[in-house]
Design a binder for this molecule. Structure first.
Ligand SMILES: Nc1nc2c(ncn2[C@@H]2O[C@H](COP(=O)(O)OP(=O)(O)OP(=O)(O)O)[C@@H](O)[C@H]2O)c(=O)[nH]1
Ligand SMILES: [Mg+2]
Length: 432
C-alpha cells in the first residue's frame, strides 16, 4: 500500500510486499518490547530529534497459521516519550495511511489506565472506519494484546473484554494474553500474530492488470524520481539549504517584489509554510493562491509555467498537515496565534512572531514526505491532475482522499478531508 509514511522513513531494507501493521497503545504498555522480541530484520529508528521516534522492522514467526502460512509483516510502532498528544497524532497517521491490521497493546497490570486506553482506541477507530470507507475499515482486524500478565494484580481477560468488546463488534478482532519479556516460545506472541496473519484481508487473489508500454515508461520515470535514494539525497541538500537560507521576511519581500532566486519545489513549500504560519489556514490559503498566481503571471522567470489550482490546493493541504504534526511543544495553532495577534494590539510585533518561522529545517526533518514533488501521484492519476479542469479549479483526488489533518485546532476541520470514493473525479468543486 502506498503511503506517506512509506517514504517518510527510509525503508530500503523493508520489502514492500509484506502487509503493514501498526503496534499501538498507551505509553509503557510494552509496544517496543514486542517489536524487539519479534523483529527478524534490523529495527529502523527514525526522527530521533523531535520528541518521538518511529520504529519499523519485519517480523516473521514460525508458528504456522490456520491456512499454513508463516506470519510475516512489516511492523510500525512509535515511542513518543510520554507525550500523549504526539502519540495520538502518530497513531492517527499510522492508522490512516499504512495499515492492514492493528495490534492494540494494553498493560494488563495497570488497571488505572484501562479507561484511558479504551478512550484512545475509541477515538481512533473512526479514523479507519468512516462511513464512506466502511468496506475497507471493516476488514482491518484489531488484535488486543494484554501484556504484563506475569505481574501481580494484572487484570483478567474478562475485565478487559467487558470494557473493549463494545467498541470492536463490527470488525474482526481477538484478544491474546502475552508476556513480551518472557522467552519468545512462552511469550504468547507467536500465537497472537498467527491469528492476525489469518485475519488480514487477502491481497493476492486478483492478478494485477498488465500495463501498456507507455504506462510502464511513465511509471518507471516516476519511480526513479521517487526512489528512497533520490528523495534522501534531495532531503539532505534541502536541510543544508534551509540551515543557511535567507530569513522568512526577506524571502517574502523578494517574493512580493517578483525577485526570487528560484521558483522550485523547495521555495513553494517554504513560502506556503511561512504564509500559513503567519496568516492561519484560511487566510493563508487565499494568500497563497493569489500571490502565487501573481508571481507566476508577472515574474517573467517562470518559463511558460502557469498556475495550477488543484496542485496548489494539494500542497497547501500537505504543508498544513505538516504544520499540524510539528513538535507538540512548539506546534501552536496558526489560527490561535492569529487570533491572539488580532486581539492583543499592545503586544510588540517581535513577540507576536511565530518562532516556527525560523524552523523550516525542523519542519522538513519532521515532514520528509514533502520532499517528494510527485507526492500527488498517490492521490491523483496523471489524467485527472493534468486536466484543464484541475488546472482551473480544485478537483477531488481519484485514487484516495487527502490525508486527514489530525490536530484539534479550530482552523483544522475533519470535513476538509476529501474522500476519493465519494465524489465524481470530473467535478470541479468549490473547496477553496
Ligand atoms: N514484567 C513485564 N514487563 C514488561 C512486559 N512487557 C513490557 N514490559 C516492560 O514494560 C516497560 C515498558 O515497555 P516498552 O516496550 O518500552 O513500552 P512502550 O509501549 O514501547 O512504551 P512507550 O515507547 O513509552 O510508548 C519496559 O520496562 C518493559 O521491559 C511484560 O510482559 N512483563
Ligand atoms: Mg516504545
Amino acid at each position: 500500500m502506498q503511503s506517506i509514511l512509506n517514504r517518510v522513513f527510509h525503508r530500503d531494507s523493508l520489502p514492500d510486499s509484506l502487509p503493514n501493521i501498526s503496534i499501538l497503545g498507551l505509553d509503557y504498555a510494552g509496544k517496543t518490547t514486542i517489536l524487539h522480541k519479534l523483529a527478524s530484520t534490523p529495527i529502523t529508528t527514525t526522527i530521533p530529534t523531535i520528541g518521538m521516534t518511529i520504529k519499523t522492522a519485519n517480523i516473521k514467526t514460525r508458528t504456522p497459521t490456520r491456512n499454513g502460512k508463516k506470519p510475516a509483516f512489516t511492523v510500525w510502532t512509535a515511542d513518543v516519550g510520554g507525550c500523549s498528544k504526539a502519540q495520538s497524532r502518530v497513531h492517527r497517521w499510522m492508522l490512516r495511511d499504512i495499515i492492514s491490521g492493528v495490534v492494540w497493546v494494553i498493560d494488563a497490570s495497570d488497571g488505572d489506565r484501562l479507561a484511558e486506553s479504551r478512550e484512545e482506541l475509541r477515538r481512533l477507530l473512526p479514523k479507519f472506519c468512516d462511513a464512506e470507507e466502511a468496506d475497507c475499515a471493516m476488514s482491518i482486524p484489531v488484535m488486543i494484546l494484554l501484556t504484563k500478565n506475569d505481574l501481580p494484580n494484572s487484570k483478567p481477560l474478562s475485565t478487559i473484554l467487558a470494557q473493549f468488546d463494545p467498541l470492536l463488534t463490527a470488525r474482526p478482532h481477538a484478544y491474546f494474553e502475552a508476556t513480551p519479556t518472557a522467552p519468545l516460545a512462552s511469550s504468547g506472541l507467536t500465537e497472537a500474530f498467527a491469528w492476525l496473519s489469518d485475519a488480514l484481508p487477502s491481497t493476492s487473489d486478483a492478478a494485477p492488470p498488465t500495463p501498456s508500454e507507455a504506462e510502464k515508461t511513465t511509471a518507471n520515470n516516476l519511480a526513479a524520481l521517487r526512489s528512497p535514494s533520490a528523495l534522501s539525497t534531495t532531503l539532505e541538500s534541502w536541510l543544508a539549504r534551509a540551515e543557511k537560507d535567507i530569513p522568512p521576511e526577506t524571502l517574502l519581500e523578494r517574493f512580493y517584489a517578483l525577485d526570487l532566486d528560484s521558483w522550485d519545489h523547495y521555495t513553494h513549500l517554504r513560502l506556503a509554510y511561512i504564509l500559513l504560519l503567519t496568516h492561519g489556514r484560511r487566510e493563508g490559503k487565499d494568500k497563497i493562491f493569489t500571490t502565487f498566481k501573481t508571481y507566476i503571471d508577472n515574474s517573467g522567470k517562470i518559463n511558460g509555467k502557469s498556475f495550477h489550482t488543484t496542485l496548489t490546493y494539494f500542497w497547501v493541504q500537505m504543508v498544513h498537515l505538516g504544520i499540524a504534526c510539528m513538535d507538540a511543544h512548539t506546534a501552536r495553532d496558526a489560527h490561535s496565534l492569529k487570533t491572539k495577534t488580532n486581539t492583543d494590539a499592545n503586544t510588540d510585533a517581535s513577540e507576536r512572531r511565530d518562532p516556527r518561522l525560523d524552523d523550516f529545517a525542523a519542519f522538513l526533518a519532521l515532514n520528509q514526505y514533502l520532499v517528494d514533488g510527485q507526492l500527488w501521484a498517490d492521490y491523483y492519476t496523471k489524467e485527472v491532475l493534468m486536466s484543464a479542469e484541475a488546472r482551473a479549479g480544485v478537483v477531488f483526488p481519484d485514487i484516495k482522499g487527502l490525508p486527514d489533518v489530525v490536530a484539534s485546532a479550530p482552523s483544522i476541520h475533519v470535513k476538509e478531508m476529501v474522500p476519493a470514493e465519494s465524489v465524481s473525479v470530473s467535478s470541479t468543486t468549490a473547496l477553496v
